[in-house]
Design a protein around this ligand. Structure first.
Ligand code: FES
Length: 333
């Protein structure tokens, strides 16, 4: 009798991806673990640009024979011909289970991952990169700092964290030296932020990652001080960190229906309520299942699936998390 090899169940978010092995793990802080993955045969992994993320599948046993979901995590390396991928994960006690699964990973475990995707790359035309991170938001900007140190591009960073809880703090210090400013309270951060936002030379791009309220306040301050939208970049981790958004309307061109999408309700939920069956899986903007074609209007892309180029084209959107910058969108539905 011939034995049949069990086929792993692959989450749609990691289709086209590959299997990796955990080769090391260590605690950055009491609640943040760094995990390093390598190819099981130790071959070089696909390169990635700074600010890229990896979708990691997790299951009950976090192994290839079960699947519960998939989460996106920022890659903290520089991404050039990497022999390994490293992510750092904050344990979210009341989360959906993804961070707990990552924290339970041990050396030798195997996981399925997507190819790295970028939605937060450094702007090629920037003359200086101003990096701003709070807490676990350090992970995507760390790869920017590493890239700047390796390639000699101009970068500085403001890193806000509670004393004793700064993941990767020593590493960033080594990479950026005096270009790193660490803040441990709101007042000192606001002072430094205002000073930096008002003294940057022309051509500086700003990159921010952290809790939503933190990012909103940084971006709001920059806008108030006259920073154009094209110089502002932010990275969100998942729909769980997204705000309720503004209400908007959608015209469904083929069905001839107009629907109102209230604040706090996703476009996907609105379409489902109207009897539309939209394929979906993660409902967190990472798997790409719920993509919809856009005919008119500008989506507010809040997903982690589309690349920056695809987002700029505005011809598709992930209806589980993305909304509209215009009062109305027209969809090919
Ligand atoms: S359901 Fe996964 S991206 Fe929308």
């Amino acid at each position: 009798m011939t034995a049949t090899a069990l086929q792993p169940i692959v989450h749609p978010a990691v289709e086209g991806g590959f299997e990796l092995e955990v080769t090391s793990r260590h605690m950055q802080t009491e609640s943040i673990v760094s995990i390093t993955f390598s190819d099981p045969s130790r071959t070089t992994l696909p390169s990635y640009v700074p600010g890229s993320h990896l979708v990691v599948q997790y299951g009950d046993a976090v192994n290839v024979d079960s699947v519960a979901g998939a989460n996106a995590y920022s890659l903290t390396g520089s991404g050039s011909a990497p022999s390994e991928y490293t992510i750092s994960v904050l344990l979210v006690e009341d989360g959906a289970g993804g961070s707990l699964a990552m924290h339970r990973l041990a050396v030798g475990d195997h996981v399925w991952v997507s190819r790295p995707r970028s939605a937060f790359a450094p702007a090629a035309t920037a003359r200086h990169h101003l990096l701003i991170a709070a807490g676990i938001g350090i992970t995507p900007v760390l790869s920017h700092a590493r890239y700047a140190a390796e390639w000699g591009t101009a970068a500085s960073m403001i890193y806000v964290y509670r004393r004793g809880e700064g993941a990767h703090a020593a590493e960033v210090k080594e990479l950026l030296g005096p270009a790193l400013t660490e803040c441990h309270d709101r007042d000192s951060f606001l002072k430094v932020l205002t000073e930096r936002l008002t003294t940057q030379k022309l051509g500086t791009h700003l990159y921010v990652c952290g809790p939503v309220a933190f990012m909103d306040s940084v971006l709001g301050k920059a806008r108030d001080l006259g920073w154009p939208e094209g110089l502002l970049h932010s990275e969100v981790f998942s729909a769980g960190e997204l705000d309720a958004g503004e209400p908007f309307a959608v015209n469904l061109a083929r069905s001839g229906i107009r629907l109102e999408v209230p604040a706090g309700i996703s476009l996907l939920e609105t379409l489902e309520k109207a009897g539309k069956s939209i394929p979906n899986m993660c409902r967190k903007g990472i798997c790409g299942e719920c993509t919809l074609p856009v005919l008119r209007g500008t989506p507010q892309h809040r997903d982690l699936y589309l690349s920056e180029k695809e987002k700029a084209e505005n011809t598709t959107m992930m209806c589980c998390v993305s909304r509209s910058l215009d009062e109305e969108l027209e969809l090919d539905l």
